[in-house]
Design a protein around this ligand. Structure first.
Ligand code: FES
Length: 286
């Protein structure tokens, strides 16, 4: 984009012109990609859904950080553990806890795809359709799941849910960017736990098991939980029997494929050249 002469709302942003100096003459709500019926008025926020227990947890999150606003990301996960989404009430709750404006919280909540605008199913199924997984079969898996979970001849689309959202057996489907497991592609995640080396057939069998109330064991890592429990864990809260819990969560996560390069190098005695000493710049003390 050119740095001069760009026009916004009838005003020209040229050299030496600031955004503050421009006077928008466009009704932005008129061109908003969000349909009018989806805009929620602040007055409709109901904070009573966040009970004492959630307020206590929110305060625990705030206490972890030197500056309270740093607590926003885990607090949004906490909110999602209650509602299965970040609603206008959730935004107001976070804003009140952190002394931020609703606009500041909304800006963050709408930027990251892990924060959902619509209530998620009991399970969130994320299919990687980024380049490597796509060519290995990720696109075919996503298509097969959409067709299998769809109803009335309509394929289930991105961020759509089959079943009553949040009810047992309900599933929200999404396509995802690289899930950082390209060596095990095509992969999908259920509530952020990995299922590696999938095929359309194995993925369909997996969602059938989820619909039937089963919790298939992920390929590696922690046992499968529902979306809201996973959100509580992302907010940093574990069950009280933490030792027992950790013994189940600390499952094997290193895969043979992931370590193959390191193993080859070890077997053949390959090493990387030593790093030369580079003086690091002084960092100002805070
Ligand atoms: S492309 Fe799918 S995990 Fe990287």
């Amino acid at each position: 984009m050119s740095s001069t002469g760009q026009t916004y709302g009838g005003s020209s942003l040229g050299a030496g012109t600031t955004h503050q100096e421009t006077v928008p003459d466009v009704d932005v709500t008129g061109i908003s990609p969000v349909p009018a019926g989806h805009l929620v008025e602040e007055s409709s926020a109901d904070l009573s859904i966040f009970g004492e227990d959630i307020v206590t947890k929110a305060q625990e999150i705030v206490a972890r950080y030197p500056q309270s606003r740093s607590a926003l990301l885990p607090m949004l996960h906490l909110v999602q553990s209650v509602e299965g989404k970040v609603s206008q009430s959730g935004i107001q709750f976070c804003a009140a806890q952190l002394d931020l404006s609703a606009a500041e919280v909304s800006a963050v909540a709408t930027f990251y795809t892990m924060y959902k605008r619509k209530t998620c199913g009991e399970h969130l199924v994320s299919v990687c359709t980024n380049t490597l997984c796509a060519v290995l079969g990720g696109d075919a898996i996503y298509k097969a799941l959409g067709e299998h979970l769809g109803e009335g001849g309509k394929r289930l689309g991105h961020n759509e849910t089959v079943g009553e959202p949040g009810a047992p057996g309900s599933i929200t489907l999404e396509h995802a960017e690289c899930l950082a497991a390209c060596d095990l592609g095509p992969v999908l995640q259920v509530n952020y736990e990995f299922f590696d080396n999938q095929t359309p057939e194995s993925a369909v069998a997996l969602v059938d098991a989820l619909r039937a109330g089963e919790k298939p064991q992920p390929t590696r890592g922690a046992p499968l939980r529902d979306f809201r429990t996973a959100e509580l864990e992302l907010a940093g809260f574990w069950p009280e029997d933490e030792v027992d819990y950790r013994s189940t969560v600390d499952g094997p996560s290193a895969a043979v494929e992931t370590l193959r390069g390191a193993k080859l190098a070890e077997d053949r005695g390959w090493t990387a050249p030593a790093m030369t000493d580079v003086a690091l710049p002084e960092v100002e003390k805070k």
